[in-house]
Design a protein around this ligand. Sequence first.
Ligand code: APR
Length: 234
Amino acid sequence: MSNYQHIVILTGAGLSAESGLSTFRDKGGIWSTYDYRDVATPQGFARDPGLVLDFYNQRRRAHAHVKPNAAHTALARLERKYPGEVVVVTQNIDALHEAAGSHHLIHMHGELLKALCAKCGARQAWMDDITSNTSCPACGKVGGMRPDVVWFGEMPYHLERIAAHLSAADLFVSIGTSGNVYPAAGFVAEARLNGAHTVELNLEPSERASLFIEAIHGPATSVVPAYIERLLAG
Ligand code: APR
């Protein structure tokens, strides 16, 4: 068994690609079809809430037909089997980590299967479409319901908890992320500053590739289970 005491794993859209969910910046990715300023900013929501709500309604419906893949399952297994602390910090808004059995999980960009009322701040699990006529179950008001996801220009969730994990980490692993979006793209540098060993598992080198001490490139469903096996075998 490896003797890392505190493992932090950052995941991105590439982890869920082989489950059938599109990534954002790859060829044919979500941002090649949609302009993020229209569908993933508070300004876009103010300008055309119907467009934004429909964009997430479509993603929520598609989510109902996908399953966790071997990479999600391997990460849940690491959490169960590894004697040290293992925490997954995900940029993904899908619920595939949970479906695979991960519990020690931080959703820094929110969750697709939750709704947030912009009027009263109430959050709740949400599986159905949201429209501009949807009323908030907590305050009853209409017109403020939105997906509980972090849009560009908004503050990501749980940054203090994440910073505490990064400062304690002796192993930082980044999986399926292009390293384009901060603050997540800055985590590797923070972890390295604290002396952590840093590993990138990705289809190809990311924008931050030079900051990783080790890199294994290939599809997540093959490189992640193999790497987890290595950690558990020590
Ligand atoms: N296995 C491993 N890695 C993969 C796979 C795969 N099957 N398919 C794609 N990748 C890699 C790509 O090479 C790329 O580096 O996953 C990365 C996906 O990058 P992005 O599409 O930029 O997604 P991500 O890094 O998660 O985006 C960060 O940006 O759009 C916002 O809020 C959104 O959370 C998201 C954030």
